[in-house]
Design a protein around this ligand. Sequence first.
Ligand SMILES: Cc1ncc(C[n+]2csc(CCOP(=O)(O)OP(=O)(O)O)c2C)c(N)n1
Ligand SMILES: [Mg+2]
Length: 306
Amino acid sequence: MSNKFKRLTSIRDLKLMADVIREDIIISLREAKSGHSAGPLGMADILTALYFNILKHNPKKPNDKNRDRFILSNGHTCPVLYATMANAGYFKKSELLTLRKLGSRLQGHPHRAALPGIETTSGPLGCGLSQAAGMALVFKREKTKQKVFSIVSDGEQNEGNHWEAVLFAAKEKLSNIIAITDRNYIQIDGNTEDVMPLDSLKKKYLAFNWNVIEINGNNMQQLISTLKKARNNKDKPLMIIAKTLPGKGVSFMEGDYRWHGKPPNKDEAQAALNDLHKKECLERGDWYHLHQKLKPIHKKIKRSKK
Ligand SMILES: Cc1ncc(C[n+]2csc(CCOP(=O)(O)OP(=O)(O)O)c2C)c(N)n1
Ligand SMILES: [Mg+2]
């Protein structure tokens, strides 16, 4: 199975898509008036790399037997998953404005049966890697080629059952698991190293008999080259420790754990969008492209104010 959607191959296009996704996260959270800001913004580059370049998937056939699996274990960060899936073509972008509304398919934590393309229901932390390991074991036994990608957060590694899955995957030599830790050093009410120190995560995974790579999870070039190589991972499961900046792109959210579970209000959302646009201008100097991109976004903002 090949990627049946607009696969983005240039780093520049992938970075632009990640910024569109950040904007969509802000707009959907503003509309929902509840939800998580920091983690999703920090993870936008990882999700973009996966859904627009790395994963074998088909948004029009979400149940295709041969698709790679993607498990979002830290379910509270689903605004980034929904924004990515909408941009990839799983559903219309206008549906992003239904985030967390009664009866919406886009609940505050992902609900597998509600939305085609969501592989597992998540929210209770620490469960995703076990689910990924179960899938990976089946694929290994059936000698099929799919990979199981799973994002786990750093805060959720406070959960004991996460480490049971780490032991199990190593025992079964599940080299078809490509796990990614969103290493943003924050959790619900503090910095990870104050609440429950985790470092050195690298040494821990090596001791548990995993392959380990450490990268900057906000560097698109590194993400793409690492994830491409990861498809050839051998002998042991792989943990990519991706250091990310929580709140990435929004100056007043960056690095601040108080934005873990808080949405922007109307003024904050506008300031956040201004920040994201300013960053694009400074980094790329591409005013024309930016201008074109702003039109639909502004339409959406108007709609969400009604
Ligand atoms: C089993 C379980 N315990 C507690 C929670 C409540 N909870 C929700 S998010 C969170 C913090 C997790 O840390 P992390 O995912 O690193 O936060 P982020 O980086 O997204 O700010 C906690 C404790 C939960 N969802 N599941
Ligand atoms: Mg975290």
